[in-house]
Design a binder for this molecule. Structure first.
Ligand SMILES: Nc1ncnc2c1ncn2[C@@H]1O[C@H](COP(=O)(O)OP(=O)(O)OP(=O)(O)O)[C@@H](O)[C@H]1O
Ligand SMILES: [Mg+2]
Length: 497
């Protein structure tokens, strides 16, 4: 008799030097379901999937696919057995066209030649079926991230995949793109494909899952059908205690105006004539739809992008911030949105990744003051609760969320007056989010000021004093966070569209 489960991972244990990443974990995925995997940063979700694909060997445990024991030698091997992974870091050959990427290594042949016509037809058929609006002949490099991700899904389908793993697939998608992805997931599910879905976004999980498995500290906590769950219940299982409030309280009041941005425009058409003030000890949120120009404003203030016109006045003096170095000297720090791609030296230590923005102050007579470095890195790791076996661990070995925390720590060590945070809690679990909000509160209590771009409306309401809204490159309003409604923010977001 056919088992109820398409895939079973039984009693999986995996140890790295100094860390028990997985401890007797069991995951059972039913046919044709969306099975979400949740857990705090470092809980072991990605490691479990890497064990499935044979990227890591198991210490013990077994993997059963459709009733048969399997052990994959790697992702390509797994793909041939109809188990595939849609990567966050997409590894496609950019200067090949899309259909070649889909059929790479198994081109249809006509005699001695590749049968391009058949390759086109086969690709088109899958794209049409999944409603992927992309020309199979286009160059892969010309596609947006979301489209490339869809091509990866199509590739999984072309291998007749029974299980498709998606590890934080929506982290860099716009709202429309997320909708489209969910639509595709729905179609796959109807065809009997099972999806293992990893995400920190509670709303998504509750919307698309059939079953949810929660992990904590490398261990299985529970597997439950979605109907039995609420976000509170999931959070409680994830953090092992009740988290009563999602946002810590703050009673400090912001002080005098410390920063003025007047008629700021980018050199490119990204945004025009943005005006606002920031107070000492204030958290100012920037809301808006993806593409509204929010990131670009921060990047211009920090010297990553060239300014077209306008002035920035900090403590009564005009600052140019032509380069990030100059901005840092002026007391600015910026946490970028694409930190996973840009901010990390994957092969180097947590410690190095922590101090790199700040090397100068650790130099004495041309030598590095290692004792000071060790002390400050240790303090930072504790302050923001980075989960690592040692400061000497390669940062690439940390979980995604913990890598992000290290980058945040890096900027805190530069002791900035103005922090520009672009989506600071993206990819970070609920417990760690709370800690980051707390940290932000501590910073403003010390008199620092924060500007935070966020696409999560509840977060903006939960932590900001005021919320500025941008729409299509224009400033479209600034509101007191205690008085404004979500509706008003949405309205302002659409004002210039
Ligand atoms: N190659 C490795 N070497 C050493 N330790 C590792 C390695 N890969 C993972 N770990 C450790 O295993 C643990 C689980 O990490 P994993 O990446 O699976 O977490 P995760 O649940 O995916 O978290 P996140 O939500 O942050 O992505 C972490 O403590 C991590 O540091
Ligand atoms: Mg992960």
């Amino acid at each position: 008799m056919l088992s109820e489960y398409v895939l079973e991972m039984r009693n999986i244990t995996k140890t790295f030097p100094g860390v028990k990443a997985l401890d007797d974990v069991t995951l059972k995925v039913r046919h044709g379901t969306v099975h979400s995997l949740m857990g705090e940063n470092g809980a072991g979700k990605s490691t479990l999937m890497k064990c499935l694909f044979g990227i890591y060997g198991l210490d013990s445990g077994e993997i059963i696919l459709e009733g048969e024991k399997v052990s994959f030698a790697g992702p390509v091997d797994a793909l041939r057995s109809h188990v595939s992974m849609v990567h966050q870091e997409l590894n496609q050959v950019l200067d090949r066209n899309i259909m070649e990427n889909v059929w790479l290594g198994r081109f249809p042949m006509k005699g001695l030649f590749v049968d391009h016509q058949k390759m086109y037809q086969d690709t088109k058929e899958i794209f049409d079926d999944l409603q992927i609006p992309v020309d199979p002949r286009a160059k892969t490099g010309s596609l947006q991230v979301a489209q490339r991700q869809m091509v990866e899904i199509a590739k999984a389908v072309s291998y007749d995949s029974k299980v498709i793993v998606m590890d934080e697939p929506t982290s860099s998608l716009t709202e429309n793109e997320v909708e489209h992805l969910f639509h595709i997931i729905g179609r796959l599910r109807e065809r009997g494909v099972s999806i293992i879905y990893i995400s920190h976004k509670m709303e998504e999980i509750l919307r698309i899952s059939d079953d949810v498995t929660v992990m904590r500290d490398g261990r299985w906590v529970a597997t439950k059908p979605k109907e039995e769950l609420t976000s509170e219940k999931i959070i409680q299982m994830m953090v092992g205690r009740e988290l009563k409030e999602r946002y810590p309280k703050r009673d400090t009041k912001s002080g005098e105006v410390i920063l003025k941005v007047e008629n700021l425009s980018s050199l490119t058409p990204a945004f025009k004539d943005v005006n606002f003030e920031l107070r000492k000890g204030e958290i100012l949120g920037i809301s808006g739809l993806v593409g509204a120009g929010r990131t670009e404003v921060l990047e211009t203030m920090f010297g990553i992008r060239a300014k077209g016109s306008g002035t920035i006045t900090f403590r009564g003096k005009t600052v140019e911030n032509k380069t990030p170095q100059e901005a840092m000297k002026n007391g600015f720090a910026m946490l970028t949105e694409e930190r996973r791609q840009n901010g990390i030296f994957a092969d180097l230590s947590v410690s190095f990744n922590c101090i790199i923005a700040n090397l100068d102050i650790y130099k004495k007579h041309g030598l590095l003051n290692n004792a000071l470095i060790d002390k400050e890195v240790q303090e930072t790791i504790e302050k923001i609760h980075v989960k690592t076996s040692s400061p000497k661990e390669k940062i690439g070995n940390l979980s995604g969320g913990n890598q992000q925390k290290v980058i945040l720590g890096r900027w805190l060590l530069t002791n900035p007056e103005i922090l520009l945070l672009d989506e600071p809690t993206r990819g970070i679990d609920v417990g760690a989010k709370y800690e980051i909000y707390q940290l932000m509160n501590e910073l403003v209590a010390e008199g620092k000021s924060i500007i935070m771009v966020s696409s999560e409306m509840p977060e903006l309401f939960g932590v900001c004093d005021r919320i500025m809204v941008m729409s299509n490159g224009h400033f479209s309003g600034i509101f007191d966070a205690k008085e404004v409604t979500q509706y008003q923010i949405m309205e302002a977001s659409a004002k210039f569209i």
